[in-house]
Design a protein around this ligand. Structure first.
Ligand SMILES: *[C@@H]1O[C@H](CO)[C@@H](O)[C@H](O)[C@H]1NC(C)=O
Length: 232
């Protein structure tokens, strides 16, 4: 009975996170205005090492909680960065990259700032691929990415799912050599990655967990994460 209870608990924990005991890969969270009041001390106590915070969407939305979340994460010493929700149906990639940069999406080599992340995925407002062809989507991403690189010296991280990427970019391999991949896949492994990438840098493995927001993992050590933040 006791053994079964312990087993059930172990299984529940195993389901809550694909991270195994002894796995020292840094865990992180990503948050938006859906998590307006975060107790960052608790987040740190729970072992979280990094956070990505939603800054902007299209050229019409700045998250009202971005500043307070970014300051909160900074004050407790987390490595943190900002993300932009792509609207390839609205304005050009370059214009959206500039908007992101003007509203918290910048990068500096201080060791605590992660390069900006482009969240490009299922359209919550209309047709899955924003009514754009695969080649238009690829060009849009390239325009965003090149503009961000030009202004900051870093390529943005690309956040997506293999399913969306396959459907909406025709599984383009165009970014694997340049942009770090943040794969979203809620399962015990990250699954098949989109074309072009041989590995993921970040993995969003759950849309909930013991901490606010989504649950993420960095594929490497804490030292590697610091190095990545510094741009090394
Ligand atoms: C993690 O990153 C390393 C390279 O740093 C890579 O060799 C490995 O395949 C990656 N693991 C996954 C699961 O992507």
């Amino acid at each position: 009975m006791k053994y079964l209870a312990a087993l059930a608990l172990a299984l529940a924990v195993a389901q809550a996170t694909p991270v195994e005991r002894g796995d020292d890969r840094p865990q992180g969270i990503d948050v938006s205005s859906y998590q307006p009041n975060i107790n960052w001390d608790d987040v740190v106590r729970n072992g979280i090492k990094f956070a990505y915070i939603k800054a902007t969407e299209g050229t019409y939305y700045v998250s009202p909680t971005f500043n307070s979340q970014y300051i909160g994460a900074t004050n407790v010493g987390l490595i943190r960065g900002a993300y932009h929700f792509a609207r390839p149906d609205k304005t050009s990639g370059a214009v959206q990259a500039e908007y992101f940069l003007e509203h918290g999406g910048g990068w500096s080599p201080d060791g605590n700032t992660l390069p900006g992340q482009l969240d490009i995925e299922y359209n919550p407002y209309g047709p899955e691929c924003y009514g754009r062809s695969a080649s238009e989507i690829v060009s849009w991403i390239k325009d965003f990415s090149d503009t961000y690189k030009d202004r900051t010296g870093r390529y943005p991280v690309i956040y997506t799912t293999t399913d969306w990427w396959t459907t909406c970019t025709d599984n383009s391999p165009a970014f694997g050599e340049t942009n770090p991949l943040w794969i979203a896949h809620y399962a015990s492994t990250a699954g098949t990655l989109p074309a072009g990438w041989e590995y993921y840098s970040f993995w969003q493995y759950a849309d909930k967990g013991p901490n606010p927001g989504d649950a993420d993992l960095w594929n490497g050590s804490y030292g590697n994460l610091k190095k990545f933040a510094r741009g090394g």
